[in-house]
Write a protein that binds this ligand. Sequence first.
Ligand SMILES: [Zn+2]
Length: 371
Amino acid sequence: MCSCPSCYKVASITRACAVVRSRKKSERRGVRVSHPRRLRPVACITSGFFITMKGRLFIPLRRDRYFDVQLNHHALKKLADKKVRSLTITPDSLVFCYSDDIKSIPVARVYGVDRNEKNITFGDKEMVTHVDVKKVVKIRQTTREVIGSFRRNDVRIRRRLARKYWSRANHRTNHILHAATNFIVETAARNGAALAIEDLTGIRKMYRRGNGQGADYRFRLNAWPHWRAKKMLDYKAAWNGVTVIQLTKSETYGSSSTCSACGEKLRAPLRGDVAYARMLWCPGCKAWMDRDAYAALSLSARGRSRFARSLSSRLETGEEESRSQQPTSSSTPIAKEKGLADEAVTGNGTMKTLILRVDASKLTRWREPKS
Ligand SMILES: [Zn+2]
């Protein structure tokens, strides 16, 4: 008999089943599946572990043998009076999964969030805030220079050093991004605002080798971690009950070149005009304004219109549902419950989510009107 605790067996069987299931699904749909690869070393167990009163976590090793580790104050504070559903063990982390009821904040206004390599600008007509993230690009440039200066005549050592420097750079940039996104989400939560984020997929294509741009220029514009910042905003907004409006490419078309107030085409200052660098002139409003502020404002306006549209469409479909349910009034409570549950799980099939508004990305995808 194998002495491995049953929780690990269950975990590995579940994982294997999931892999097989998704492969079969892909094959059914006609999507080409790759050869099964080695999975990352991860164990996700739902039983067998426990946390003592003093905050010591016991992870089963063998029958009646445990590995124990003391959790820190932060982890204990977060896990207090929560029911831990599962524990995921990876080579360098322990992940606790718990469910939490998050009250979504009613949307009073919409903040547009414009990301660029110098700052993150967010706000609406009343207030625009720049969060300075210049340092992110600076850190990555310095790291690149440092790595480029290695002269040791052994590629393995050079690579090992480069890995070390890049991981350090990532830690530093993550720290800056966390601080910036925390600030944005906290401000939005305090003011009852939703965040309108633009879709930046494909931005790397603009600065690729062969586009006639210099290597340093391409590096500078590609150094900014757009995707990571967006991810952070997404999940932090979900944790705080802030709504995220994901604008599509067509919705944000020309958001940084047209005025959100009058719709006039904006004009850039003359080349070498230092006084109005990074400013734009609106011929309609007869005013100079910061180009990032313009972008944030127009994203806010577009997000607001999208939000109003999806809200009205949701109300319409809700009315239709209730109308269609009227004939089968014999089973009204069940039908009603069904309707509610259907609403809650749209988009994720059989999974029953207890938390409706936490998965921000799913919610916004669901809201997207089909056209
Ligand atoms: Zn204008």
